[in-house]
Design a binder for this molecule. Structure first.
Ligand code: PAN
Ligand code: ZN
Length: 198
């Protein structure tokens, strides 16, 4: 087995862009079709151009158990209808893999749920560490006026299952009510579950 040398990088650049990275992923409104509950607001926004919603800077590591995939996630501020800009969200393909997030800047919420339907929402503020245990799907939501910036690390063999969330969304949505974030039920989630139960 090849042994890598230890390495460091800095997060001192404006916006916490890492001083070294291998992949820069940019997710725009067109990649979020079906994810926002206000489809009219989504279509109106998508028609105006392919707005940038969030970015990820990844350090490439082998996709193997024992490795840690890590990087910086930046969710920009904004809303589609009353729903804040957010990541797609996912389960890990190897469900029993955890993830750790450190909030570096901004304000937001991590929306989480298990395959059994348990859910949790934790506020993200600068300096806060969030441990996402094995089996919890996770989505970051920017509820503030500035970028929401987090450092993340998860096991190299975890993989990403986006399909489950694409189909039914998360159980809870974070929406603006009187200018403040509120946790509400996702009506679409219930519909799908009922269909699956038939
Ligand atoms: C993070 C996320 C990142 C972007 O690195 O991948 O915040 O979110 P989506 O992958 O849901 O678009 C992570 O949780 N990795 O496992
Ligand atoms: Zn993850």
């Amino acid at each position: 087995m090849m042994t890598d040398r230890p390495f460091t990088f800095e997060l001192n650049a404006p916006g916490f862009v890492p001083s070294r990275y291998d992949n820069h992923i940019r997710r725009t409104i067109s990649s979020m079709r079906g994810q926002y509950h206000d489809t009219a607001a989504y279509e109106a926004m998508a028609a105006e151009g392919d707005a940038l919603l969030y970015e990820v800077y990844e350090l490439a590591r082998p996709h193997e158990a024992g490795e840690l995939l890590h990087g910086i996630s930046i969710v920009h501020p904004g809303r589609v209808g009353d729903e804040y800009y957010m990541t797609k969200g996912h389960f890990h393909t190897v469900l029993e893999t955890a993830e750790i997030y450190v909030c570096l800047s901004g304000q937001g919420m991590m929306v989480m749920e298990t395959p059994e339907g348990d859910w949790a929402v934790e506020a993200l503020v600068a300096g806060r560490v969030l441990y996402v245990p094995p089996c919890w799907a996770h989505r970051s939501v920017n509820t503030g006026d500035d970028d929401l910036i987090t450092f993340f690390a998860y096991p190299g063999h975890a993989g990403h299952d986006y399909g489950t969330i694409e189909q039914q969304g998360f159980r809870k949505l974070i929406v603006a009510r009187d200018g403040r974030p509120e946790i509400v039920d996702n009506p679409r989630w219930g519909e799908k579950i009922m269909r699956n139960d038939e």
